[in-house]
Design a binder for this molecule. Structure first.
Ligand SMILES: [Zn+2]
Length: 207
């Protein structure tokens, strides 16, 4: 009889996983990085680290392999609705392309339909497609807005992202609580002050 403690199961599962041919091409470069920073990549605690880092990097950059049309999957509906639609407080996690360190925060998306709306749950998924890449916050904001503009053909789109960047916070470049705010306003959100203000005031109201 073998008895396993629950806290050992994680290690056991990893030890059972085959190495070798199936190993991710990222593992060796990660091992090199460990050596370069002065670590012993062969000590116990780091043995599986290259595999874990490879796996997590693949996930955090999985947006490169996602197709926007597949994600939206036809979730566009013809509806006689022309009021503003807002999805607030979408959590975003991305990697800055300058330091490969996370930036994270919230994204707010609004649009005014012409006669087509998109399934609400698709908006956070669309945000993830672009967030799970190496990014700068400005481009992430613009890509989300332009993609919605192209796919829904609404009267306009507004996107605001508020995010903290670990490359600034951890390196002491900025005060701990500083938040970078970016926005992209297209169509009526750019042309009409009232529309833009309605969106921004809804974003600002904490509820
Ligand atoms: Zn950075």
């Amino acid at each position: 009889m073998k008895v396993y403690r629950a806290d050992q199961l994680d290690n056991l599962e990893e030890a059972d996983r085959p190495a070798g041919p199936s190993a991710d091409g990222l593992e060796n470069p990660v091992r090199d990085i460990l050596a370069q920073i002065g670590e012993d990549a062969n000590r116990d605690g780091l043995l599986r680290t290259p595999a874990r880092v490879a796996q997590s990097l693949r996930f955090l950059t999985s947006g490169y392999h996602q197709n926007v049309d597949q994600v939206l999957n036809g979730a566009l509906y013809d509806v006689a609705y022309d009021e503003m639609v807002i999805v607030k407080d979408i959590e975003i996690f991305s990697l800055c392309e300058h330091h490969l360190l996370p930036f994270f925060g919230r994204c707010h998306v609004a649009y005014i339909p012409t006669k087509r709306v998109i399934g609400l749950s698709k908006i956070p998924r669309l945000v993830d497609v672009f967030a799970r890449r190496l990014q700068v916050q400005e481009r992430l904001t613009t890509q989300i807005a332009e993609t919605l503009m192209e796919k829904i053909k609404p009267q306009g789109v507004g996107v605001v992202i508020e995010a903290k960047h670990l490359c600034m916070i951890m390196r002491g470049v900025e005060k701990q609580n500083s938040v970078a705010i970016t926005s992209a306003m297209l169509g009526v959100f750019r042309d009409e002050i009232e529309t833009r203000e309605e969106f921004l005031s809804l974003v600002r109201s904490r509820s």
